[in-house]
Each structure stands twice: as structure tokens, then as C-alpha cells.
Design a protein around this ligand. Sequence first.
Ligand code: P6P
Length: 338
Amino acid sequence: MQAVKTLGQFIIERQEDFPYAKGELSRLLRDIGIAAKIVNREVNKAGLVDILGAVGNTNVQGEEQKKLDVFANEQFIAALSSGGECCGIASEENEDIIKINNTVSKNAKYVVAMDPLDGSSNIDVNVSIGTIFSIYRRVSISGDCTMEDFMQKGTEQVAAGCITYGSSTMLMYTTGKGVNGFTLDPSIGEFCLSHSQMKTPDQGFIYSINEGNYVHFPEGVKKFIKYCQEEDNATKRPYSSRYIGSLVADFHRNLLKGGIFIYPTTAKSPQGKLRLLYECNPLAFLIEQAGGVASTGFKRILEVQPTDLHQREPIFIGSKNMVKLAEDFMAKYSPVTA
Ligand code: P6P
């Protein structure tokens, strides 16, 4: 029987990857894994709430019935606040940064940007959802964390990952030494190594975009979509259109199978819809570590200088060849005006 390697064991084994750290980042990743297991438990029974007879705002146990994204946010904040390795959080659920200055965290070196439960509107139709996280070393010297700690380019991330709550629950993360995936074994309550050193194909045959916004897409995106739809045996076109409407699920599938996910500028989202700090940057770190590319359509996502906590960016992410080709279409048909 193949030896099972848990997330905790793996993190400890890889401790030598961070020669100057004394286990802080390892403990921070462990804290995220713990919160993910708690969120997973609630996500899995979310569909049962009506059956279990939750009444109004309280469930059958008399507990306040929280929206799952609020619940997830609280769980990750609690785990990071008590773990002692994080001095600040930027969350999709919170307008401002959350300063963690309790006694256990006063010497914490890291800050975390996160989307605690992305795609939560899909829960009541039983579609996979996810958590996305990004970890930086603080740049402020001491005391409370500052906005400066979060206004770092994606290239400065020390770690990033995502959790997909789907037919199985899987956590994947990188510290800059490749991407490893861990599948939750509910029978032992542990994330177990299931996908070692994940790589995404240079060429895929899936394109993921909400074509309902077609009329408002940049011309370069329209031309790229038509390219994907053309008949051409040599390049195995037409490609398949796959769009779940849940970022982590679309990202996860395309990373494993190869493909491109695009959320460009639209009339409704003139800067794009997805958030730089806790959606685009962490997924960009993951995809680059898996051999793929993440672009705004014109430049590397990780090189974008953040100016606002919740700023949005257009994103073209996935297989190297496909993203590069999409960038060529953007340069030719939707050139950036100086
Ligand atoms: P649209 C979910 O609401 C989300 O934030 C991402 O998970 C998903 O990729 C995107 O929005 C879908 O947006 O405009 O296509 O419904």
C-alpha cells in the first residue's frame, strides 16, 4: 500500500526550501490547511441546510445561519489570527485590511491576501467553489501591518494556493518550488499528497470565457475566440468551450488538462472583474510554477504594481502557447494606446 503523505508532513519535509525561515511559513500554511478543512465541512452540507430545516437565520442547532462566504471568511481569519505567523489580512469580504496585533502575532512576518470563498453564489446549484490565498513577507518594520505590506507586486509572493471544494476537495500550493496538490481524505481528515510537481500542458484545447459578454469584448478577444472556433485539424480546432462560472473550478480544470481562461474588460467590468491581490496574483504564481502564463493581455500579471486593495485586472491565464497567442491577437487588434 503506497505510503500516504499528509500536507503537514510534506510542509515539514520541505522546510529546507526556506533556509532562513524558522518554521513560520510552514506553520502559516498549516493554519490555512486547518481552516480549509473546517470550511469544507460546512460547504459539503450547505445543500442540506434546507433539508436539515434551518429556520430563518438560525439552523437546527440554534446557531446563527451565516452565508457561507461570511462563515469561510471568519474561519480563515480565526485560524490566521490564532496561528501567530500572520500580522495582517486583506480579504475579498472586508473593505479594509485586518490588522492582527494580538500577543501571539506581535512578531509575525507574513501577511495574507485571500478570497475566502470564491464563487459562493454557485453553492445553491451545487457547483464547485474555492478559496484562493496569497502570502507576502511584511515590508513594514514592526507594529501594526500597513497598506504598504499589501501593495507589493505579485512577484514578491512567498507562497500562494487555492482550495477547490468539488467532487473532492483539493488544496494546491506553491512556495516557488513547483506546485503540489493535496486531496482531502475525509476518512482521516487529512489533505494527502495526490498531485506531485503539477505541470500544465504548453498547449491546450479548451477555452474558458463568458461569451455572453461577447459584444463588449476587446477586438483582440473576439478574434481569438473566432480562432478557437475555426475548423483546423492540424491544430485540433475547434477547441472546446468550457466555462463553469466558478474561477477556481475553471482554473483547476485548465491547469490539469491545459487550456486558457480569459476574463477581459467588458462594459460591466471596464477594468476586468477579477481582483488582482487575491485572485489574479495567487493563480498567476501557481500557473507560472506549473509552466503556464498569466497576463493582463499585454503584460505579466505578477509585474502589475497594485495601487488599491480590491483593484480589478483583466486576466488571460493558462497554457503558455494559448496565452501567448491571445496576447498576439490583443497586440494586433486591441493595441494599448499610450
Ligand atoms: P461572470 C464568481 O462570481 C466569480 O467571481 C468567479 O468565480 C467567476 O470566474 C466569475 O465571477 C464569473 O463571472 O461574469 O462570468 O458570471
